[in-house]
Design a protein around this ligand. Structure first.
Ligand SMILES: [Cu+2]
Length: 414
């Protein structure tokens, strides 16, 4: 019995040991079968020859990380057989500096991590190193063809120094060292000479000019040169005699006989009830350029003397034609009714809703403005007295004088 019992005990022990070995082996195989999990860190600090990346090993999947870093290549999905860094061991985030790159070149990068199960990679990230070469070499062309508002210059790009010229021209300013982000021309691409036309200049003004050339490295400038725009002369013009005079409007205009070297940018007539009207006061705007033009003057007061001058503005300034005068027709103005000679003038007035109409009694006798349907009532209006009423409702509103009932008028509101 004892022998049998010992035999059974030994058998049980053997079975249990075998099971334990099997369990340990299976666990060990499970651990060894999975490489690490990781991602590639975005590229930063890109120069012509270097960049910074790295990785984040989120899980070693049960087996220690023995090697890690980034690998790179000019083709997709680089591996550890390609150029690579070695940046320590273990899980977590690590930074990798990539050196020895070529300027202006597309590279692919992957982080890698190695454990006993093998090497795993993060996603493929690509970037391009900074352009090679250096700023362009160029000179500024001496300024010529100077007028009060324009001038010509240009440049000669003698060398792009290894990076294509993508923009070129001249820039200018009334202060030294003009830059291409200010006033500038854009005159094509590439090396060689180019001409540039500057415009919109002010007469009799000192300007500073530099040619510029932009390549992949940045913007370079040629030597600075300066010039002074010629003094502009004011335009020569005459004022056209006033015609078609009404109570509130008239027609005039001007004739610009010579711009004297500076383009006419604004023209018209200006007017005032005092002498020597100026273009900053009441005025029309009637186009640009030389030659005759017509101007419609409106918004005038009836029976009033006005002074008119044509004006013309160029970069040299604003000049004026001869002064003419006229008197608007005496009578009721816009939205006005005169009570005159025992009659309403005009007897029919048409206005937009919301308009206030003003009656003025020009007679020695007193009158009234009395609505036929008692909507409005002025009471007695003496000599030179006035009455105003605002008409907000659309319709026809007949009225009369309650003292002289034969006097009739009508207000039509639209
Ligand atoms: Cu009356």
């Amino acid at each position: 019995m004892k022998t049998v019992k010992n035999y059974l005990q030994t058998l049980v022990m053997m079975v249990l040991s075998l099971g334990l070995v099997l369990i340990i082996n299976s666990c060990k195989k499970a651990k060894d079968s999975t490489p690490p999990s990781l991602v590639t860190v975005n590229i930063s600090e890109i120069t012509q020859t270097s960049a910074v990346s790295g990785g984040n090993i989120t899980d070693d999947n049960g087996s220690d990380i023995t090697s890690r870093g980034v690998c790179w290549s000019t083709t997709a999905n680089p591996g550890v057989a390609d150029s690579h860094t070695t940046d320590g061991t273990g899980k977590g985030i690590f930074s990798s500096t990539i050196n020895g790159l070529t300027a202006g070149t597309l590279y692919h990068v992957r982080a890698y991590a190695t454990n006993s199960a093998g090497t795993a990679y993060g996603s493929d990230i690509s970037f391009t190193t900074a352009s090679g070469g250096s700023l362009a070499s160029l000179t500024t062309t001496t300024v010529s063809a100077i007028t009060p508002s324009t001038a010509e210059s240009g440049g000669n790009i003698t060398d792009d120094n290894g990076s294509d010229i993508t923009a070129r021209g001249v820039c200018w300013s009334t202060t030294t060292n003009p830059v291409a982000t200010g006033l500038h021309t854009t005159d094509g691409t590439g090396t060689g000479t180019f001409t540039s036309s500057m415009s919109g200049l002010t007469a009799g003004t000192v300007y500073y000019v530099r040619a510029y050339a932009t390549n992949g490295v940045g913007t370079a400038y040629g030597n600075e040169t300066s010039f002074t725009t010629t003094s502009g002369s004011l335009a020569s013009l005459t004022t056209i005699t006033v015609s078609a005079i009404t109570t509130t409007s008239a027609i005039s205009g001007g004739d610009i006989t010579n711009d004297n070297g500076s383009d006419i940018t604004a023209r018209g007539v200006c007017w005032s009830t005092t002498a020597n009207p100026v273009a900053t006061g009441s005025h029309t705007t009637d186009g640009t350029g030389t030659g005759p033009f017509a101007s419609s003057i409106s918004g005038l007061t009836p029976g009033t003397v006005y002074y008119v001058r044509a004006y013309a503005t160029s970069s040299a300034g604003t000049s004026y034609g001869n002064q003419v005068t006229f008197t608007t027709v005496s009578g009721p103005g816009l939205n006005e009714v005169w009570i005159q000679g025992h009659a309403f003038n005009p007897d029919t007035i048409t206005v937009a809703a919301g308009t206030t109409i003003k009656w003025t009694n020009k007679d020695v006798d007193s009158h009234t403005v009395t609505s036929d349907s008692a909507i409005f009532e002025s009471g007695t209006i003496g000599n030179n007295g006035t009455y105003s009423h605002q008409f907000n409702t659309v319709g026809s509103f007949p009225y009369h004088c309650s003292i002289h009932t034969e006097m009739k008028g009508i207000v039509i509101v639209q």
